[in-house]
Write a protein that binds this ligand. Structure first.
Ligand code: KG4
Ligand code: ZN
Length: 361
């Protein structure tokens, strides 16, 4: 049995988790900082790193206590060290280094985006008796990571071998959701609020564009959709940039129009994702690596319409791995889960482990 402690502090969640054998989640502690960033409408890096410092020790203690294990029982300390906000990453990585050094345990740096792809294989300890799939049945797979920072498509040959097929050329889909929610005056963080409202709206009342970027492209673009929503909410602008004046504000919308605009936005955003997943399946099949499954991860994988549309892909003969809701948003269980495979492949780091802001290809 391998017992790994995962630590995740790349953005605004301070998280720690203990996972057995890369799959059974014994504890999954997440301290959110949403209330600290709410009034700014987005994450403020300096506030985030300071809040991580205040929370990291109690979060680690809680993760060990809930898992019912002592620090000495751990086989390795894993930490998300890339990509993310540098000041935030530093807190988790410093804590992981201190623990690895003090306990003489292996230290494992984990890629946050790849870890999101792994979240669909995690199960709470009490459900972990259910047989895990054999790797032959899962791979090759198409992977889709959709979050506030990323919208990326991957070919996944095993948990440690991923190849980027496409990514957003402007906004990440979660970022577009958050900005759309601001335009509709829904609150922060906007993604889940917009999703909830959209479920009560008519997606066909307003027509919003799907940007597909040419017939072969596997990249995404969400800025056109965002602008189209802005004009639908506020009318055509007069003047440009900061001088622009709009015909109306979100407060002038009827509740019905708000619901219908949210539904139209949701339909267009999720359609654009699903079209690219189909294209990725076609591309891999043409390359002689017909995918056996779809792996979904990242905050937007909590979205009700995306989950429904992803499950429909089983009609193309794919298994679909959707993360349980607790592992969609940033969490440390996904870090500990992927680290299990890194440990067994001998991919262990030393105390020189760096923090890296940008996503690796
Ligand atoms: O993975 P995550 O926690 O952080 C990043 O790595 O970015 O993703 C957060 C993003 C936010 O943009 C949030 O609005 C979005 O995920 N999100 C959703 C939903 N739940 C969270 N977007 C659409 N529908 C949802 N239900
Ligand atoms: Zn994330």
């Amino acid at each position: 049995m391998t017992l790994i402690l995962g630590i995740e502090t790349s953005c605004d969640e301070t998280a720690a988790a203990v996972v057995t054998d890369g799959c059974a989640v014994r504890s999954n502690i997440i301290a959110s900082q949403h209330h600290l960033h709410e009034k700014y409408g987005g994450v403020v890096p300096e506030i985030a790193s300071r809040a991580h410092l205040q929370r990291i020790v109690p979060v680690l203690e809680e993760a060990l206590a809930q898992a019912g294990v002592a620090f000495e029982d751990l086989d390795a300390i894993a930490v998300g060290n890339r990509p993310g906000l540098i000041g935030s990453l530093l807190v988790g990585v410093s804590a992981a280094k201190a623990l690895a050094w003090a306990l003489s345990k292996p230290l494992i740096g984990v890629d946050h985006v790849r870890a999101h792809l792994y979240a669909g294989f995690l199960k709470p300890l009490e459900n972990s008796e259910a047989a895990s799939p054999s790797l032959e049945a899962v791979f090759p797979a198409v992977g889709l990571v959709v979050s506030g920072g990323h919208s990326s498509l991957f070919r996944v040959d095993d948990p440690l071998r991923t190849t980027l097929l496409g990514r957003t050329i402007d906004d990440a889909v979660g970022e577009a959701y958050d900005k759309a929610a601001v335009m509709l005056d829904l609150g922060y963080p906007g993604g889940p609020l917009l999703d909830k409202l959209a479920q009560r709206g008519n997606p066909r009342k307003f027509d919003l564009p799907r940007s597909l970027l040419g017939p072969e492209s596997l990249d995404f673009s969400f800025s056109g959709l965002k602008t189209a929503l802005l004009y639908s909410v506020r009318g055509q602008p007069r003047g440009k940039g900061r001088e622009a004046a709009f015909e109306r504000s979100a407060a002038d919308l009827s509740e019905a129009d708000k619901r219908d605009l949210a539904a139209a936005f949701q339909e267009a955003a999720i359609d654009a994702l699903i079209v690219k997943v189909h294209r990725a399946i076609d591309t891999l099949t043409r390359d002689g690596a017909a995918p056996r499954s779809l792996l979904l991860g990242g905050g937007v994988s909590a979205n009700s319409l995306l989950r429904r549309r992803a499950v429909e892909l089983t009609q193309r003969g794919l298994r679909v791995y959707l993360p349980p809701m607790d592992y969609c948003l940033d969490n440390a269980a996904m870090i500990a889960g992927l680290a299990h495979h890194q440990l067994h492949a001998g991919q262990v780091d030393d105390l020189a482990l760096p923090v890296i802001a940008t996503a690796s290809l």
